[in-house]
Design a protein around this ligand. Structure first.
Ligand SMILES: NC(=O)c1ccc[n+]([C@@H]2O[C@H](COP(=O)([O-])OP(=O)(O)OC[C@H]3O[C@@H](n4cnc5c(N)ncnc54)[C@H](O)[C@@H]3O)[C@@H](O)[C@H]2O)c1
Length: 438
């Protein structure tokens, strides 16, 4: 007992000694006067309490526990393939219906669940981006979308496109033209993306590997803003086909290392990317496999057979036929294609859908139609065939007929004169603007 008391007493004395040593200015508290001790303590700590209150107020002001508005999350860059299936982030689109947030930021493979502004709030006008909209097919598509009352943004690097094709829309508040290369990401608030950007002719596509990176960026954009995405693929995915006519179920016969492969395999990869984004990230995609299309505004000298023959006949040059001229193609007028693309975009089916005219012509038969339309005396000149030139091409369009209610309506003999009128005008240097496909 005593021992215990002694040790406690010892501790008490040592503590008091310690306090006295360290705090010489204050009298040691008397055990017989507790109220005075408490009051002294409070007075002593007032400056510290005030400093504490000030710091905590500043902290909560700077970092509030709840935010007044939902956060907008900008995910990582599209170029990162690792972001393809990144965890979803929630994004609320607060912009006005026709506002676009402009070109900064990434087209992004990131992103995730979008909370779209409800259709009723946003109004009925769709915000549509058309990549490659200054080109042949794209410009005709833009005409139809503007005519329907949509708000259209064209994204084009003018590689094979021409401003002339869109001159008639300049000044229209529902139309914007952005010069941009889709191999770089871009951020736009839109409801639908028609992805056409890609040089389509052999003369140009060898120099511009747009398909993979461009498609990846546009799919990234679709994912970020929750837009529906339509890919303009091609009959070239069937290669030199072993099945005739080609149905969508046919997987193709493509040389992966030939001179055409950058285009053929590029489009096949683009289709793969579209389906992966659909399956992995829930993007609404549509795939069109376009067969040879012709019409006004085609490039004059881009190496495609119809434009070649027409330009040659108008210039009084011989029509160049490669090989024996017995290889076949089918030729679709551009207004038929645009109708098919719009039906596909608005419909509920992903595809792929063949969009082409099943009328099949040999190159010599096509040359004959061109002679009849332009110059019966036009000569034919044979040249060695190009590498990997497909022997036959003809679409089976049963699927598009059944599910899109679509089929071409303009025959070659009806459509060719419309194209010839445009080419004649441009070749004679008389083109003042553009012409319509109708
Ligand atoms: N016309 C056909 O017969 C045909 C057949 C099959 C598929 N397609 C596809 O349809 C689409 C349109 O073809 P088209 O005949 O109108 O060709 P086009 O060459 O007239 O148009 C392509 C447009 O894309 C633009 N472009 C090219 N690379 C770009 C890039 N990196 N960034 C931005 N813009 C770029 C060009 O400047 C041009 O305006 C292409 O994707 C093509 O592969 C066309």
């Amino acid at each position: 007992m005593n021992t215990s008391f002694d040790s406690s007493e010892l501790i008490h004395r040592q503590t008091r000694k310690h306090i006295q040593h360290n705090e010489p200015h204050y009298s040691s508290p008397s055990p017989t006067s507790p109220p005075k001790q408490t009051t002294n303590k409070i007075i002593t700590n007032i400056p510290f309490i005030l400093i504490g209150l000030t710091i905590s107020s500043l902290f909560f002001y700077t970092f509030p526990l709840t935010k007044p508005y939902p956060t907008t999350h900008y995910p990582e860059s599209s170029s990162s393939s690792s972001s393809l299936f990144s965890l979803p982030t929630r994004r609320i689109l607060l912009e006005e219906p026709t506002t676009n947030t402009g070109g900064s930021g990434s087209g992004g493979g990131g992103g995730g669940i979008m909370t779209r502004v409800p259709g009723g709030v946003r109004g009925k006008r769709k915000r549509v981006v058309v990549t490659g909209g200054a080109g042949f097919v794209g410009s005709h598509l833009v005409d139809r979308l503007i005519e329907r009352g949509d708000s259209v943004i064209v994204v084009d690097n003018m590689f094979t496109g021409r401003k002339d094709n869109l001159l008639h829309h300049i000044g229209n508040p529902n139309f914007e033209l952005i010069r941009h290369d889709v191999v770089q990401p871009i951020l736009l608030e839109v409801d639908q993306i028609y992805h056409l950007a890609c040089p389509a002719s052999p003369v140009y596509y060898k120099f511009n590997p747009t398909n993979v990176m461009g498609t990846l960026n546009m799919l990234g954009l679709a994912k970020r803003v929750g837009a529906r995405f339509l890919l303009t693929s091609t009959s070239e995915v069937y290669g030199d086909p072993l099945q005739h006519p080609q149905a969508e179920t046919y997987w193709g016969h493509v040389n992966p290392i030939g001179v055409r492969s950058c285009y053929d395999e590029g489009k096949r990869t683009a289709e793969t990317l579209a389906m992966d984004y659909h399956r992995g990230a829930g993007i609404e995609v549509r795939i069109a496999r376009i067969f040879n299309t012709y019409g006004p505004r085609m490039c004059l000298d881009d190496g495609r057979v119809v434009s070649n023959f027409v330009a040659q006949a108008l210039r009084k040059e011989p029509l160049t036929v490669y090989g024996d001229g017995k290889q076949t193609r089918s030729f679709q007028y551009v207004s038929d294609l645009v109708e098919g693309l719009m039906r596909l975009m608005e419909g509920e089916h992903i595809g792929p859908f063949n969009l082409g005219n099943p009328g099949e012509f040999t190159m010599l038969e096509l040359a004959q139609v061109v002679q009849e339309t332009i110059d019966p005396n036009a000569k034919i000149e044979y040249r060695p065939n190009t590498e990997d030139d497909p022997h036959k091409r003809k679409p089976d369009i049963s699927k598009a007929k059944e599910l899109l209610g679509w089929q071409p309506t303009v025959s070659l003999r009806e459509g060719l004169p419309r194209m010839v009128a445009d080419f004649r005008q441009r070749l004679s240097g008389e083109s003042k603007g553009s012409v319509s496909a109708a």
